[in-house]
Design a protein around this ligand. Structure first.
Ligand code: SF4
Length: 244
């Protein structure tokens, strides 16, 4: 026996039109690959419609991966819950673990100066990491740790609904984009993360060691601002000089 499913043809046409427009836009941005579903992970994931506060509540005093044993504080994220721009780094370091806030050490202070050069404050954007607990000796997060923690990053992004993401550094870019390409190849152009354009750039900690790359990062920040101006039809956010 066949089963008939009721479909509103006009709604379906509009959905197809929007999907085509989205794919076309990603192509114009240079995106080569699109994800078609949110990743599945074991354990109870946050509800897709959760607010940031609900995502934090579901995370609780998390013990979903082995990093919980060495952490002092869960570093959830900070900033505007409706930010148009989200910065995603790698993992908390010692300062962040102490204070419970991402990007508060020397690299974080440089990120704050980058934002100031963009005429933005930390309160206007949202800042978080791929994983929320400090790895021992600041080693790179391991695949099982990312698998356990990423649903909460995804849920944060679903709650915030940013127009753009900036991936800070090799690890954040590679983890978000599921690639092994080096940051030098990934940076400077937009990629796609679940429908949100992602611009990878160098991590502020790398800039502290390689200050000559600040010009490169500033070029990337100008790309972000231009893209936002186009997406939101707003006045230019900044015509500011480079940060130092
Ligand atoms: S890193 Fe993420 S998944 Fe692992 S214990 Fe911390 S909050 Fe939980």
């Amino acid at each position: 026996m066949s089963e008939t499913v009721g479909v509103d043809i006009e709604e379906l046409r509009e959905l197809i039109r929007q999907t085509r427009a989205h794919v076309r836009r990603q192509q114009l941005l240079g995106v080569e690959r699109l994800y078609v579903a949110w990743p599945e992970h074991p354990g109870k994931p946050p509800e897709p419609s959760s607010t940031l506060a609900q995502v934090r509540q579901t995370l609780g005093e998390c013990t979903r991966c082995k990093l919980h044993t060495g952490r002092k504080t869960i570093v959830f994220g900070v900033g505007n819950p409706q930010a148009w721009l989200v910065f995603v780094g790698e993992a908390p370091g010692a300062d962040e673990d102490q204070q419970g806030e991402p990007f508060v050490g020397r690299a974080g202070q440089l990120l704050t100066r980058i934002l100031e050069a963009m005429k933005l404050t930390r309160e206007q954007v949202y800042i978080c990491n791929i994983i929320k607990c400090r790895p021992p000796a600041n080693r790179n997060p391991e695949p099982d740790e990312i698998a356990a923690c990423e649903p909460f990053l995804v849920a944060q992004l679903q709650a915030i609904k940013p127009k753009l993401i900036c991936a800070l550094g090799t690890f954040a870019a590679q983890a978000l984009l599921r690639t092994k390409e080096p940051i030098s190849k990934l940076r400077g152009r937009f990629h796609d993360y679940h429908g949100i354009p992602v611009l990878p750039t160098f991590h502020p900690a790398y800039l502290l060691r390689n200050p000559h790359e600040k010009k490169t990062v500033w070029e990337d920040m100008k790309r972000l601002m231009r893209e936002y101006e186009q997406l939101s039809n707003t006045e230019p956010l900044a015509s500011a000089p480079e940060f130092s």
